[in-house]
Design a protein around this ligand. Sequence first.
Ligand code: DC
Length: 224
Amino acid sequence: MIVTLDGTAGVGKSSVARAIAKALEITYIDTGAMFRGVALAAQRRHVDWRDADAMAALLPKIQLTFDRVDGANHLFLNGEDVESLIRSPEMSQGASAVGVLPAVRTFLLGLQRGMAQSGSVVLEGRDTGTVVFPNADHKFYLEASAEVRAKRRWSQLQEKGQPSPSVDELKAQIEARDKQDTERDIAPLCCAEDAVRVDTSHRTLDEVIDHILQTIRERSARAT
Ligand code: DC
């Protein structure tokens, strides 16, 4: 079974995907982490994220894998656990920047399809239901206004005691990433025609998870 979850930055896809993977006992593939890993690899080798030729030359030197660490999914870059390094605001921008490059998308597409060959998976990202697995069994598209997403992000940072820009600044960052992700030429973020749209603005995380699991169960039961 292949489940895809796409949507804008900060809409809660990762938390939802992790929970769905756990409930259904299937593999979780965080495609955004892979774009972040490519951005980190480039930064380490002083390759400009927008330099298409240099980025294409770098790709054969990049090996990306996922492994479990203390019960959580971590990204490994050439064998090194880089999970904490790829979560910075800088790598969010870097991932979005490298995501416009055709060579990067082709490289990651091959890896993502390969990872799903071994069994059932839930993939989360921007194009998993449109490009990576257009024939997925269950597709979902998560949405919430930029205002709601910025406020959630701000609250998360406060809870963690981490320094936080203002809600307005976070909203501007989110909108900039949305713009880059939806307006790029290749595999732009969009809702697949056959995806179920889920507005998370007025739902708790648990409500979103329950709604998605319920939808998968109902549709699977109807299909048998
Ligand atoms: O989901 P995320 O915030 O970790 O993704 C980071 C960036 O990676 C996102 O802004 C755009 C890019 N990305 C992409 O282009 N396609 C995907 N399937 C996933 C992420």
